[in-house]
Design a protein around this ligand. Structure first.
Ligand SMILES: *[C@@H]1O[C@H](CO)[C@@H](O)[C@H](O)[C@H]1NC(C)=O
Ligand SMILES: *[C@@H]1O[C@H](CO)[C@@H](O)[C@H](O)[C@H]1NC(C)=O
Ligand SMILES: *[C@@H]1O[C@H](CO)[C@@H](O)[C@H](O)[C@H]1NC(C)=O
Ligand SMILES: *[C@@H]1O[C@H](CO)[C@@H](O)[C@H](O)[C@H]1NC(C)=O
Ligand SMILES: *[C@@H]1O[C@H](CO)[C@@H](O)[C@H](O)[C@H]1NC(C)=O
Ligand SMILES: *[C@@H]1O[C@H](CO)[C@@H](O)[C@H](O)[C@H]1NC(C)=O
Length: 265
């Protein structure tokens, strides 16, 4: 056990370090229409730092865009221009959302036509952990001492186990995790084992007591008055739909704002 202990100490140095945030944004869309769109991901802090991703959506197929690296210290502005669709009377819809990136899924309960589903997944690169993906834990080094990197990016035991040898069972009484969080073992830098909460997606905090706020989206429509008709009005009226891609149902934290912009050019 002594040898094991000193090995663990030596290796801890290699496992932990605080680094520049390394994570990404992965956005998926669904629609009933054929869409030709452009996603613009930019930063509120630095407008010259923007990424444009053109994409096509076919009816009823999930379109998952490539991962876009993001800086967790900057406020993200996400804009979607729908530059063409089957319904030309409501063309040029733009959807915007502004948020501070934190690991998790931003899924509003409802979305607005032309989309029937939007999912924004903010994930960490492999071996990076934490709400801001700024905790590094090397899984190879961890496994050399019979441990693994837990969801907090610390050395820990497989879920449900504790102890230096990971042979003891964890009792749920030892941590009071809310919102279906689970108790996990965590060895900090001083090798002191603590039982901590691992929170499900959508929750954070020491006891998973805090909800991660969902994203607020704003939709603006360009409507061609020459083609505007009953069908268009009806469609706009009925255009708030359940998000087909919702994964975290939290009634208090999902909002949508909608604006109808009449193009009177
Ligand atoms: C992000 O902000 C935190 C705290 O405000 C700071 O410690 C860290 O160095 C920043 N990271 C980057 C990449 O700017
Ligand atoms: C992308 O969005 C940013 C911020 O909203 C804006 O300054 C920039 O002009 C946009 N890029 C394009 C090509 O529309
Ligand atoms: C970016 O802008 C937001 C909002 O103005 C601010 O809270 C944040 O500190 C800024 N980040 C950096 C790195 O300047
Ligand atoms: C803004 O973004 C551009 C392009 O990514 C980068 O070259 C520049 O250094 C950034 N400026 C600041 C102040 O971070
Ligand atoms: C898409 O799915 C909806 C609902 O399931 C269905 O009514 C519609 O016909 C489908 N459209 C296409 C083009 O498959
Ligand atoms: C959409 O944008 C195009 C190009 O800017 C324009 O020609 C067209 O009239 C717009 N359509 C509507 C409905 O605003």
């Amino acid at each position: 056990m002594n040898h094991y202990y000193s090995l663990l100490f030596g290796i801890l140095f290699l496992v932990f370090s605080q680094v520049k945030c390394t994570g990404y944004l992965e956005v998926s869309f669904k629609s009933d229409f054929n869409l030709k769109s452009v996603l613009n991901v930019s930063s509120l802090n630095n407008s010259s730092n923007s990424r444009l991703v053109p994409f096509l959506v076919s009816p009823n197929k999930t379109e998952k865009l490539a991962k876009i690296p993001i800086d967790f210290n900057e406020t993200v502005i996400l804009t979607v221009f729908v530059i063409n669709q089957d319904r030309l009377d409501i063309d040029n819809a733009t959807i915007t959302a502004t948020f501070t990136p934190r690991r998790g899924i931003l899924s509003p309960l409802t979305v607005m036509y032309p989309f029937t589903g939007i999912k924004i997944n903010i994930g960490c690169d492999t071996q990076y952990y934490g709400d801001q993906c700024n905790v590094f834990c090397c899984s190879e080094t961890a496994s050399r001492v019979g441990k693994e990197c837990n969801s907090l990016g610390q050395l820990g035991c497989p879920v449900g186990k504790k102890g230096l040898d990971c042979k003891q069972s964890i009792s749920k009484k030892w941590c009071k995790c809310k919102n279906k969080g689970s108790c996990i073992s965590s060895f900090g830098k001083n090798l002191h084992e603590r039982i901590q909460c691992s929170c499900p997606i959508g929750f954070t905090g020491i006891q998973c007591e805090k909800e991660v706020p969902s994203v607020e989206m704003m939709s603006v429509y360009g409507v061609d008055p020459k083609k505007f008709e009953i069908g268009t009005a009806k469609m706009l009226y009925e255009s708030v739909v359940d998000n087909e891609m919702v994964e975290v149902a939290r009634p208090h934290s999902s909002h949508l704002l909608h604006n109808l912009k009449i193009n009177d050019a």
